[in-house]
Design a binder for this molecule. Structure first.
Ligand code: 1HE
Length: 285
């Protein structure tokens, strides 16, 4: 009898194999629920607390499948982790000896999954607590907003494990904290606490311990009220514009602006403001 294919082979065939997609959508280590008055917020919880939400290959594929199959009415998503930590990164128990080609495909599998998070259908808010390390930090970096509670800490232990980031961290993390800080973290094993981490740029919000999820949910509710095309522009156009030479960036910006403002929703929102029905901008208390 032919041996069962290894997960990596399944991964390489993923796009063409509906059976795998179906299996991944119901991954037991991911809890999925819809929240909000109109069930417009997807809550995606890493549910492998006993293993500190370490990201097995199956869990990574499951995440990808969740973002591929978000229900149509969803307008924003929150990711959080069960137990005392957000995520301990790559499941080290699966880190077997791979040849260069297998290593390449494994990293590309992570890229494909986290790209679905960053460039998926809706903005994603990460609710962070405890360890946000290695691949867990790579996952957080793929989200659009990060909310950390006071227990959060950030590290890239890849350096001491003799490996390298492989989930897009080399691209995304320097955009948050700069290449110099990331180099220091990987060379020296430096760990950032929640306060220093916020100052460094890992998270946009810092809240008391235990409150990250509620804050992320409140932000998701706010994000879900935006015009979908505006959210699309922020997720899909802004990061690309930021990578373009200024001359091209201005043109892309102008085209995106023209598309967004031509939507009927933009016109009705502008009319609401001009006719006194929309909220003014007010500074926070
Ligand atoms: C794991 C993992 C894991 C925990 N893979 N099993 N990531 C790391 O190098 C981080 C490794 N983990 C830790 O440093 C600590 O576990 C934590 C700081 C995250 C949490 O500490 P603690 O004291 O709360 O938990 P624990 O007792 O260390 O772990 C509980 C269980 O989870 C234990 O298993 P058990 O069977 O003995 O109960 C741990 O072995 C297990 N566990 N973390 C597998 N990561 C795309 S490339 C990305 C490259 C990377 O991410 S490298 C960084 C990997």
């Amino acid at each position: 009898m032919k041996n069962r294919p290894c997960l990596l082979e399944l991964v390489m065939n993923y796009n063409h194999n509906p059976t795998i997609q179906k299996a991944s959508m119901t991954h037991p280590d991911i809890h999925f629920e819809l929240r909000g008055d109109d069930r417009e917020i997807a809550v995606i919880r890493l549910a492998r607390g006993a293993k500190r939400n370490a990201l097995s290959d199956g869990l990574i594929l499951g995440l990808r499948a969740v973002f591929d199959t978000l229900p149509a009415g969803v307008r924003a998503a929150v990711i959080d982790g069960e137990g005392p930590h957000f995520c301990a990164g790559l499941d080290l128990s699966e880190l077997q000896e791979r040849d260069a080609g297998q290593g390449l495909h494994h990293s590309r599998m992570w890229h494909a999954a986290l790209e679905r998070v960053q460039y998926g259908p809706v903005p994603v808010i990460a609710a962070l607590h405890g360890a946000v390390v290695g691949g867990g930090l790579e996952l957080a970096a793929a989200c659009h907003i990060r909310v950390a509670d006071a227990s959060t800490f950030y590290a890239l232990p890849e350096g001491s494990r003799g490996i390298f980031v492989g989930g897009g961290g080399a691209v995304r993390i320097p955009k948050l904290i700069g290449a110099a800080r990331m180099t220091d973290m990987m060379l020296t094993g430096r760990v950032y606490n929640a306060q220093d981490g916020e100052r460094a740029g890992f998270a946009q919000y810092l809240v008391p311990e235990g409150q990250a999820f509620d804050k992320a949910l409140a932000l998701a509710a706010r994000v879900a009220q935006n015009a979908p095309l505006t959210n699309y522009a922020l997720m899909h156009a802004l990061p690309r514009i930021a990578e373009q030479p200024a001359d091209q960036g201005y043109l892309t910006e102008a085209m995106m602006a023209a598309i967004a403002q031509s939507a009927p929703e933009a016109k009705s929102r502008l009319a609401d403001f001009l006719e006194g029905r929309a909220a003014k901008v007010r500074k926070e208390d």
